[in-house]
Design a protein around this ligand. Structure first.
Ligand SMILES: Nc1ncnc2c1ncn2[C@@H]1O[C@H](COP(=O)(O)OP(=O)(O)OP(=O)(O)O)[C@@H](O)[C@H]1O
Ligand SMILES: [Mg+2]
Length: 343
């Protein structure tokens, strides 16, 4: 663990829409290291799926992608489509957000997995079917169920099938987009642990896209928090969970049952008209005057811990416009006497 497997450099994704261009990923710079699980979290609409699809160049025709996405030394954005196809599935696997929409309803699940081997590895029918059966067994489904169709599986089983598809070609990186969405608590944990276990066993890496900060904290090595198209915080998972720096991360954590259950006030801004300055400033209890005027950069706070927030500039606290709320939930790490922040 530690060498970058994938490096995303200053990525912008803009969609052309009837209301004008909307930038839904802006200035994204992220590294995913060999053997690492990165949890990518954030509220609905913040741009997580767009980022996952941009990596594999699977976005719709109205998307413009700028920046670099370098996988094991190759800039994926500069590849001709024919070469890019060799990376999809084989080097980078993806589990899409909604299994029932992704699986073909009129093909048996075993056949859908077998097709991957036939297409990518030019296997014969029998051999591909045998490999498909092995993949089903690997994810905890009897190979005999390979003859069954998607509608004959429960939600949790369908997610297992998606895991088998995502990992079929033993990719170096798996992008798992909300793999536990809509599942009950127990099944959710089982599926998440199954995926993480298989990824670790293969010494592969994973971007685990989820709304669930607790789940990311449990399974990921590092966490990146997205808000309104930008990364607002990254750090080691345990550190981000126990010592969040960005007020958005802090508010997300305190919205969890058992940690206050306090909903994050206000609404996520739409990508057509993001607020000026810090995008979180209209919802932030700790905003400073500068927050509505200047866009903060993502800056290193301590080792491996980065945040996009002016609060961490020494001596800025006096400008806070929402002073009383500081007493309710001061951002962690602030040492009042010293007027500074601790790691
Ligand atoms: N093809 C498209 N054309 C125009 N806008 C799009 C397109 N695809 C996504 N968007 C917009 O981009 C923004 C980010 O969407 P995205 O699906 O990446 O969010 P997300 O974080 O994955 O949300 P969720 O948690 O609900 O899955 C949304 O405002 C969405 O409406
Ligand atoms: Mg999504």
């Amino acid at each position: 663990m530690s060498f970058p497997l994938l490096s995303i450099e200053d990525l912008n994704v803009t969609f052309k829409t009837s209301k004008g261009p909307v930038m839904v990923n802006e200035g994204i710079s992220l590294e995913i290291r060999e053997g690492e699980i990165l949890g990518l979290i954030g509220e609905t609409g913040c741009g997580k799926t767009t980022l996952g699809k941009a990596i594999l160049r699977l976005l719709s025709g109205n998307a413009k992608i700028e920046g670099k996405i370098v996988y094991r030394g190759t800039d994926l954005l500069s590849l001709p489509e024919k070469e890019m196809r060799l990376f999809r599935g084989k080097e980078i696997g993806i589990m899409f957000q909604n299994p029932s929409a992704c699986l073909n309803p009129v093909l048996s699940t075993g056949r859908q997995i077998a097709e991957i081997y036939r297409y990518h590895e030019s296997m014969g029918k029998k051999e591909a079917e045998k490999k498909a059966g092995e993949m089903l067994e690997l994810v905890g489904i009897s190979s005999l169920r390979g003859d069954d169709y998607p509608h004959q599986f429960s939600g949790g089983m369908l997610q297992r099938v998606m895991v088998a598809i995502g990992l079929a070609l033993r990719p170096g990186l798996l992008i798992a987009d909300e793999p536990t969405k809509g599942l009950d608590t127990d099944t959710k944990l089982q599926i998440a642990e199954l995926i993480a276990g298989l990824v670790r066993r293969e010494n592969a890496s994973m971007i685990l896209i989820t709304h669930d900060l607790e789940l990311a904290g449990r399974l990921a090595d590092r966490i990146a928090v997205m808000y309104a198209g930008e990364i607002v915080e990254t750090g080691m998972a345990a550190e981000v969970i126990s010592n969040p720096k960005h007020p958005y991360t802090f508010d997300l954590l305190h919205s969890l049952p058992g940690k206050g259950f306090r909903t994050v006030s206000g609404q996520t801004p739409g990508p057509l008209s993001p607020p000026s300055g810090c995008r979180y400033n209209p919802r932030c209890d700790l905003r400073l005057k500068a927050c509505s005027q200047v866009h903060p950069a993502l800056l290193g706070f301590c080792d491996e811990h980065f945040t996009r927030c002016f609060l961490y500039e020494k001596g800025r606290r006096k400008e806070t416009v929402a002073q009383p709320t500081l007493n309710v939930h001061p951002a962690p790490g602030y040492v009042e006497e010293e007027g500074a922040w601790n790691c």
